[in-house]
Ligand binder design. Structure first.
Ligand code: FES
Ligand code: FES
Length: 166
């Protein structure tokens, strides 16, 4: 059954024409053109499709689009502001934490959710927080270092999320 729904994506209300069985990943990429969200396994195993729903990381390949109505959806496209990369994005670049880049959007969003709830994580906290996101290229060391570098500068609180960016 087809339906027209309204989604709030990166702070903007977007209309989408969806089948009620469509997954959020498909809607974001195919209907709304937000191809920063990547499809890896399609089964909830790799984390490449991670987006934030009300600040919480979810595998968008497992979420029905219609379930996301009413939630604030954040995709990787929503992190840069006024042409400036989010500090986490910049740290990934600076630390060489991006190789093929396929895992990067999901990694960055999971890292943002982690720092928003725990601005001062240990290395173990970071590894645990990113454990749902698989990377086949980097060996994770640079990724963890990038997140810890931002955490060192981060003054986030629950009221004011990571690095003052939504
Ligand atoms: S594509 Fe969604 S978890 Fe792998
Ligand atoms: S950089 Fe290639 S999968 Fe992570």
């Amino acid at each position: 059954m087809q339906k027209t729904i309204t989604l709030t994506v990166n702070g903007v209300e977007r209309e989408a024409h969806v089948d009620v069985r469509d997954k959020l990943l498909k809607t974001l990429r195919d209907e709304l053109g937000l191809t920063g969200t990547k499809e890896g396994c399609g089964e909830g195993e790799c984390g490449s499709c991670t987006v934030l729903l009300d600040g919480r990381p979810v595998n968008s390949c497992l979420v029905l689009t219609v379930e996301a109505t009413g939630a604030a959806i954040t995709t990787i496209e929503g992190l840069e502001q006024d042409g400036q990369l989010h500090p986490l994005q910049q740290a990934f670049v600076d630390e060489g934490a991006i190789q093929c880049g396929f895992c990067t959007p999901g990694m960055v969003l999971s890292a943002k959710a982690l720092l928003d709830r725990n601005p001062d994580p240990t290395e173990e906290d970071v590894r645990l927080g990113l454990s749902g996101n698989l990377c086949r290229c980097t060996g994770y060391t640079q990724i963890v270092r990038a997140v810890l570098n931002v955490a060192g500068e981060c003054t986030a609180t629950a009221a004011q999320p990571c690095c003052e960016q939504a």
